[in-house]
Write a protein that binds this ligand. Sequence first.
Ligand code: AKG
Ligand code: FE2
Length: 349
Amino acid sequence: MPSKALPKASLPIFDFSAFRKGDAEEKQSAATQIVDAFKRYGFVYLVNHGISPEQNQALFDWSKKFFYLPEDVRMRPALRQPEIKPNATSYIARGYTPVGFEKLSQAYDDDGLKSLRAVPDGKDMFELGPDKGIAEIREPNRYPPEDALPGFKQFTSEFFWSANELAMEVFRCIAIGLGLDEEYFVNYHQDADNLFRLIRYPAVDRVALAAGKAARTTAHTDHGSITLLFQDDVGGLEVEDPAKPGTYIVAAPIEGSVIVNVGDFLMRWTNDVLKSNLHRVVAPSADRSLSDDGEMTRERYSTAFFIQADRNKVIQCAKELEGDEGAKYPPVTAAEYLLMRRAATFKTY
Ligand SMILES: O=C(O)CCC(=O)C(=O)O
Ligand SMILES: [Fe+2]
């Protein structure tokens, strides 16, 4: 009998209630440990993070309902994400993106991108941002008509704000762990200019996926400040082992947990003190990920919540993080940085 047990995860797992509900000493201790893990792996699991198991389950239920909408509804021009042009002035995505458009990678030269794109990432996505504030005015959300999916808009909006609240707690934790003012990072994330991405990886031929003839998400780092990642029970997420570059640690699903990882922008902002680490989604190792006949790897759902700093605030390394070498990078705004990173991510030719 194949084992249905979840593989043991080897990335650090923290009970976040120690930070959220602890006294000053407990907060400091939790923050120090979590920051140590971000320095080493760039990734942690949090449990007891404040988003209830019911909300978590509802997220996947709604996601599934969205992706099961008829194709003609998903592909309506009003819902479809506008094509990203090479000279785009915005890095913000809203709406539905069908399979084959986004290819995450670390390659930025044309040849590298072209050869990687020979095997597209097998996923489609629905992306949204805040429904109030300056970010909403600049880029309104693109939803299916309410009668096509009643309640979807309200749920995703509520989830957006719950996840944003959790992200702000994570920033407080990181700031305390780094010896900075508790509100240091929160002050740069006032607009909630975040990207909330529902992802579906359709069922795919097991052998093709394992052989690299089909892909889910190629190895990449995230661009923004931090990412909160919710995954279902299929598996396949892996994180590069910092002790053995080129090899990967399985980031197995853990029910009710959220994975938090550091993005490139925060790595740069912290003078490389915190690590933005490579990760990918590959063929899951466990048998529970296969269809009944064993030919296909089951479809997989995940939700990534990319936290991005206020667009036009200039960030630069805090004095406390300069170390002996001084600041490694010149000041930059989130808009300048993210625009540059996003341009390479979408098929533009
Ligand atoms: O689907 C996942 O588990 C990871 C997705 C991811 O890394 C991304 O979209 O940046
Ligand atoms: Fe990612």
